[in-house]
Design a protein. Structure first.
Length: 573
């Protein structure tokens, strides 16, 4: 019996991509060819089952992420080093940045399912290390391992969705991993409140080491069943072996080949440069800016970054495919991804702390407000995805309007974060809704816009670079927020409280300070006003980065969805 046609065959203007931007020969690597064969033998029921399993898996890791935004500040505060959590965020964002390109290439070299299995090992290991840590150092190591596993599963999911869907349906399907926010936004507050009331943050983090592997089983089973159908189909040839899996002369040539294909040197240089530049910014106080411990890493970081640029220009298999970056549909999108996550990290870094300490929100309420942005993105994004499938043929106008709304929302946020009045509660919620509506109109559409400008076999590489820009933005945003927080807040607290002991307590462990100083006391009000002043400065920086996004949204080229059928360049219109 002939294999069933996939959604890609059912759409009139199929996924496909102009050949002019490919940096290499027209061929697919093992992972891309493996998924192409699986997609060709998938029925509608098979695709529906795979997408449902993705939804279930996303429910687990998105809920874990939301709760982590509560547990991480609580954990670092218990170590008497509350502000260190932005340093931790910078570390795992920088590690994720280097991991993105490696994971993106490995999805082609060893296949998508192998990357999913890797995440099942890394995420639980990282969670266990976090739950058993006694100080910030092992906790940071656990966060890095957890983030590495999360990077594997997120990148694998979005690449697999791209493998089995057409460009038009992909805008909607990309919102499937975001849909759990419709549920998790409201349940996360209850869960975090119950956990912190009855146990500790250690149990809250550690239990996900068991929950996540169980939630991933249906997804793995669907992938296994799909590959099994390919092997059983006598009419379909088996996917070729990875070209690195048959070394000549033993394992050493294989390892050498893999070393160069993954651009290990470039990855290490980039990770080192970002950590050397960003970590001193997070940890520096006003009194230590002139110390060698701050200046030396910054100097070496800049020099390492210059070495990385030189390496990438001369490397045979660079992290950055410079030929692809010449396309105006791609390079503005990468810069928008960088700026968007910088803006988002700026406003989200200390949002939970501000809500609990300055505004007196409960743990449940603060958790829900911090997750509201993702709820709005999931709700509005699914509607936008349906509109893109049935009506839209180009995404540029959608991207421009979304960026404008996002910038407006940030302007409102900068105004209300500088206040501790009752109305600021409502205004923060309104600004989060604006940010969510704006973000829903370009966060995922811009990814599809990028994919419309490249060949199918380049999707994994391009998307890994896109997510690299996301990680770089997160690292940069957290570093900027941490720098402003560490530079301004201690002095403001000293001026407001007039007691160095009280000021140090409010800075190192604000949650314990808030419990011992109820709302309405002079000390709590002084801390709240100090927080508000720092938050306004942080958000004003975010307004500037958000405004730059609008500029690049106007520059970006908007290819027509379905303008090309495949890598051979056959038009569909």
């Amino acid at each position: 019996m002939a294999p069933q046609r996939s959604y890609q065959d059912l759409d009139d203007d199929d996924d496909a991509n102009p050949p002019r931007n490919s940096p290499g020969p027209n061929r697919q690597d093992y992972g891309a060819q493996q998924m192409a064969a699986m997609s060709a033998h998938m029925t509608k029921f098979n695709q529906f089952g795979l997408l449902c399993s993705i939804f279930l898996l996303a429910c687990a890791y998105t809920l874990c992420n939301i709760l982590a935004s509560v547990y991480e500040p609580t954990a670092t505060a218990s170590f008497q080093n509350h502000s260190f959590f932005v340093t931790i965020s910078t570390i795992h964002a920088a590690v994720s940045l280097g991991a993105m390109t490696t994971v993106g290439r490995l999805t082609d070299l060893v296949g998508r399912p192998a990357i999913v299995v890797a995440s099942l090992a890394l995420m639980p290991l990282g969670l266990v290390i976090q739950a058993t840590a006694n100080n910030v150092i092992p906790f940071a190591v656990g966060v890095a391992l957890y983030q590495l596993g999360l990077t594997c599963i997120i990148l694998a999911i979005y690449i697999i969705i791209a493998d089995i869907t057409s460009l038009r349906s992909r805008v909607f399907c990309y919102y499937i991993p975001a849909l759990p926010a419709l549920i998790n936004t409201w349940t996360a507050g209850n869960i975090s409140s119950v956990v912190l009331k009855n146990t500790t943050w250690r149990w809250g983090i550690g239990m996900w080491a068991l929950i996540y592997p169980v939630a991933a089983m249906p997804f793995l089973c669907c992938l296994w069943a799909g590959l099994r159908r390919v092997r059983r189909a006598s009419a379909a040839p088996s996917p070729p072996k990875p070209r690195t899996s048959e070394p000549r002369g033993g394992s050493w040539p294989f390892l050498v080949s893999l070393f160069w294909q993954l651009d290990t040197v470039g990855n290490l240089l980039l990770i080192a440069a970002l950590n050397l530049i960003l970590l001193p910014l997070c940890s520096a106080r006003r009194a230590s800016w002139n110390s060698p411990g701050i200046i030396a890493p910054l100097v070496f970081g800049v020099l390492t970054l210059l070495v990385w640029v030189r390496w990438e220009m001369r490397c045979k298999q660079p992290l950055v495919p410079f030929k692809l970056l010449k396309d105006r549909a791609i390079w503005p999108a990468f810069l928008m991804a960088l700026l968007f996550d910088t803006s988002h990290a700026l406003q989200g870094s200390f949002l939970y702390t501000h809500l609990v300490v300055a505004l007196g929100e409960s743990v449940m309420s603060a958790t829900r407000i911090t997750a509201l942005y993702k709820f709005v993105i999931a709700l509005m994004g699914s509607l936008i995805g349906l509109a893109a499938y049935f009506k839209l043929r180009r995404l540029k106008l959608l991207i421009i309007v979304g960026n404008v709304l996002f910038t407006v929302g940030f302007g409102v946020l900068a105004y209300v974060r500088g206040s501790v009045s009752l109305s600021s509660h409502i205004n923060i919620i309104v600004s989060q809704v604006f940010l969510g509506i704006g973000g829903s109109m370009f966060v995922y559409p811009i990814q599809v816009n990028v994919q419309a400008a490249c060949r199918r076999e380049n999707v994994a590489a391009v998307m890994s670079l896109f997510f690299c820009c996301n990680c770089m933005g997160i690292a940069l945003g957290n570093a900027i927020a941490g720098t402003i927080w560490n530079q301004l807040l201690p002095g403001l607290l000293n001026d407001a409280l007039g007691n160095s002991g009280e000021a140090q307590s409010a800075f190192a462990d604000p949650f314990t300070f808030a419990k011992s100083h109820p709302l309405g006391t002079s000390e709590r009000d002084a801390v709240a006003m100090s927080y508000a002043q720092v938050q306004r400065v942080i958000c004003l920086v975010g307004v500037g980065t958000a405004a730059l996004q609008v500029v690049f949204a106007l520059i970006i080229r908007g290819p027509k969805l379905g303008e090309w059928r495949d890598a051979s360049g056959v038009r569909t219109d």
